[in-house]
Design a protein around this ligand. Sequence first.
Ligand SMILES: [Zn+2]
Length: 140
Amino acid sequence: MKWTETETLCSHCTKPIRKCKKKKQVWKQLLNNSYNAWLLRKTRDVPNTYGLYCISANDEDEILYIGYSNRSVRTRLLAHTGGYDRQKIGEFLKGEDLKEFSISWVNEKKAECLEENFIDFVTLKQGFRPRFNLKRGRSC
Ligand SMILES: [Zn+2]
C-alpha cells in the first residue's frame, strides 16, 4: 500500500489533507456519531438529506465504506443495507447481521467535493483505504 507515501493536498484549503481542519472536523463528527446499522429501519433518525456517510464494522473498528448523497443519506444507506444494492458494499452486507455494523453521517453540503479527499484522509487515519471504496470518489 502506497497511500501514506504520497501527500495528497486538500482541494479546498490546499493544505496536506491530514492537516485540513475541515476533514478533521468531519472525521470527529463521524466518529462521535456512531449509530447501530440495525436501527436504520427502526427509527427515523437517519435523515432524508444530503451528506457524507460512513459504514463501519464494530468488531474490527474498521471503516468499510465512505459515501455521499446529494439527496438522501437515508435512501442510500437503506439501499446498501437492504440486499438490493449492486455496489460491493451492498453485496457484502447482504445477509449479514446489521447489529454488527455501525453507520454515521454528517450533513455536509459540499459532500460530493469532499468525498475523494475524505477517502484519502480516512486512508491515512486508519492506515488503509476503506475496503469497499473501490472506485475513486468524486471531487471537484
Ligand atoms: Zn482542506
